[in-house]
Design a protein. Structure first.
Length: 368
């Protein structure tokens, strides 16, 4: 079986360096932050072009920290995407605010064309999200006067009109895990900003709300425990040394898929003209994605469904309802095929051969 994500191969390139780093970590007597936290944050500052990079325990923790730093409180409204990983909208709900959903467009990105109709006197932020390795149209909302908080969890190396995605917004986050373009085992994340005051707030928030443990009554902010771990920071630092190599391999695979699948008249999720994809996921649209998944598995290829839910119909979000036609389209038809740096050429060719064997006339008729 060709796994969607061959995790066992993932860290062979960094294992020796990582083990060497761990010797330093465990001799440093600092389980939080420490040398490799600083090294990883400095590397991320260079990579993103942001003045500040602050590590946190996950991308979800990063979103919560952004919302808190922005001052989002119970009763506020935050405009967000209707179709994504639940970790996008759930932090809004956790903080007692109300997510106001917008649909995606044909590219699988936030449809911002009618966003003005979503803004009320309770709107405290727009939480933007880029999916599949592409991004939203930042210029269409940058002058609305509403703070933009950018969930760029999937978007490292994505370029918006030539600009690094994580530069978009008042703050932004990245997520690191085995399924992200910069991998670590488990979960990790980072918050980015160019604002010194916000950076200080994020630092305090990730430390349970206090700046200095040695001073009485020094709780400075609403916060929670999202402190970076020394060993995970070392792993991230090592992964960052290979990030551009990993990214180049993803692009090679995606280019091959585009060339071969076009011959099969398969609907490939398109990228908007303003966005250069990082190929976080290679997603196609087929007639019945559950059936397609099963047929591909019979051919020895694992696929994954991204995603299978419409937030506006979910009980946890109070069944707010509404019309979300592109969300419904992607929920029914979107499925991702293997596209990681650790897949071999032979495996990627096998994926294409499996699609050729299993594709149906209905799969070829899906229109985006």
């Amino acid at each position: 079986m060709i796994k969607f994500l061959p995790i066992s191969r993932m860290f062979k390139q960094i294992k020796e360096q990582y083990y060497s780093c761990l010797d330093e970590v465990y001799n440093e007597d600092n389980q939080f932050e420490g040398t490799y936290c600083k090294k990883a944050e400095q590397t991320l500052q260079v990579l993103t072009g942001r003045k500040h990079a602050l590590l946190v325990t996950s991308g979800t923790a990063g979103i919560i920290a952004m919302l808190l730093a922005q001052g989002v409180r119970p009763g506020d409204e935050v405009i967000c995407i209707n179709y994504s990983c639940p970790a996008t909208a759930m932090p809004i709900k956790v903080l007692g605010a109300t997510p106001i959903f917008v649909d995606i467009n044909q590219y699988g990105q936030m449809d911002l064309s009618n966003i003005k109709s979503k803004i009320t006197d309770r709107t405290s932020a727009i939480l933007t999200t880029g999916l599949y390795g592409d991004t939203f149209d930042y210029d269409s909302i940058k002058d609305l006067g509403i703070p933009i908080l950018n969930d760029s969890a999937q978007s490292v190396f994505n370029k918006y009109k030539g600009q690094e995605n994580t530069k978009l917004g008042r703050m932004s986050i990245l997520s690191f895990s085995t399924n992200k373009n910069i991998p670590v085992f488990g979960t990790y994340g980072a918050v980015f900003t160019d604002d010194d005051s916000l950076a200080k707030d994020i630092y305090v928030i990730r430390r349970n709300g206090y700046l200095n443990r040695d001073v009485g009554n020094a709780i400075n902010h609403i916060g929670f425990n999202a402190q970076p771990h020394a060993d995970k920071s070392a792993q991230l630092y090592c992964s960052l040394q290979h990030a551009e190599q990993f990214q180049k391999r993803r692009e090679e695979i995606a280019n091959y898929y585009h060339e071969e699948l076009a011959k099969q008249e398969i609907s490939i999720r398109p990228s908007p003209a303003y966005s250069k994809s990082n190929n976080h996921k290679f997603t196609i649209l087929v007639d019945n994605k559950a059936s397609f998944r099963d047929r591909m598995e019979d051919e020895g290829v694992e696929t994954q469904m991204h995603y299978t839910y419409n937030f506006a119909k979910a009980p946890i979000f109070d069944h707010v309802g509404g019309s979300f036609p592109y969300t419904d389209l992607y929920v029914r038809h979107a499925i991702s095929i293997p596209c990681s740096p650790w897949h071999t050429d032979a495996e990627i060719e096998t994926v294409v051969d499996a699609i050729k064997k299993t594709v149906t006339a209905g799969d070829r008729n899906v229109q985006i």
